[in-house]
Unconditional design. Structure first.
Length: 319
């Protein structure tokens, strides 16, 4: 019997078919949901239509189905939820936690240069705050979250509260707990600063959309790839600003290429081959530290075995 208390999700971006790394994240999310007797959802994150080729979403759903990973409710698409994102942005604007920005990319690059912030691979540079105190005659291009303002007004937590809270901030340092990685910390002002909520092209940014969607779908547990760990503080802060609940987070190992880079569509990852689903699942299970099953095992039995092992691995309470 499923519990209404646990709701998990897999949220792929349909920029192409799933690859081996995508399947690791999908399998981990599905196993964690089944281990908790919860409800598993699939959300297609097509918030950026220019990057989403026609038919990629259908292919992703077919790949999941061939691997036995079926959602418990009909899939949803972010492209159908713009009114919810607009309402969230308006809520932040009403309490002065969102402000207009007139910066072009060239403006931001020039500000970074003045600050001595040169580009470093895989390292984000925070928004330099150019429009934080007004547009100075520039037209509105985008809307940003007033992250530094939000953090500066944060009350210093008592230790008793801090230990029990989903996250807490002390002296600008945000601390939270990851079910796999353990204690995590970040200074969001140094990593992202006042990040974008609505882009210059009118599209809503990922950070806002994912927070709104998780709340709309009552997501209680987020299980996703380790590359998204750095996004968690931004999402926790947005949830707090919008008065939304905080899911539990767990970030899973990444599939890497021989040079150590994360396997991704951007780096030419081949589409996931599901002509032999159990073979693909075995590879994903191996990345998650789960034992391979023999080729004669049915897919249903393989998934059931991994659920049983998962229950004893990632802080899953047994019945």
């Amino acid at each position: 019997m499923r519990s209404n208390a646990y709701r998990g999700r897999f949220a792929p971006s349909p920029t192409g078919p799933l690859h081996a790394g995508s399947l690791v994240a999908a399998l981990a999310s599905w196993l964690d949901t089944r281990a908790h007797h919860g409800t598993w959802l699939v959300r297609i994150e097509d918030i950026d239509p220019p990057r989403c080729p026609a038919g990629a979403d259908t292919m992703i759903l077919q790949q999941l189905a061939q691997c036995g990973l079926m959602p418990d409710e009909p899939p949803t698409w972010q492209s159908q939820r713009h009114s919810h994102y607009a309402a969230a942005l308006a809520q932040l604007q009403s309490v002065q936690l969102a402000y207009p920005c007139g910066c072009t990319r060239k403006d931001i690059e020039a500000a970074w240069a003045q600050m001595g912030l040169t580009h470093a691979r895989h390292i984000e540079r925070p928004y330099p705050g150019t429009c934080r105190d007004g547009l100075h005659g520039k037209p509105v291009r985008s809307w940003r979250f007033a992250l530094e303002k939000h953090i500066s007004n944060w009350p210093q937590p008592e230790d008793r509260y801090a230990q029990a809270a989903p996250f807490y901030i002390r002296n600008g340092l945000l601390r939270w707990h990851d079910r796999r990685l353990g204690s995590e910390q970040q200074r969001p002002a140094d990593v992202a600063g006042d990040f974008v909520l609505q882009r210059a092209d009118g599209l809503y940014a990922y950070q806002l959309a994912v927070v709104v969607d998780d709340a709309l779908q009552n997501i209680t547990h987020v299980v996703r790839g380790e590359d998204l760990t750095d996004n968690t503080p931004r999402q926790l802060l947005l949830q707090h600003a919008l008065g939304l609940p905080h899911p539990s987070y767990m970030h899973t190992p990444l599939v890497r290429m021989p040079d150590g880079e994360k396997l991704s569509k951007q780096h030419g990852a081949p589409p996931l081959d599901v002509s032999h689903p159990l073979q693909a699942l075995n590879a994903a299970a191996n990345c998650l530290g789960l034992p391979a099953v023999c080729p004669e095992t049915t897919m249903t039995d393989a998934l059931a075995q991994w659920v049983n092992i998962w229950q004893g691995t990632y802080n899953v309470p047994r019945d």
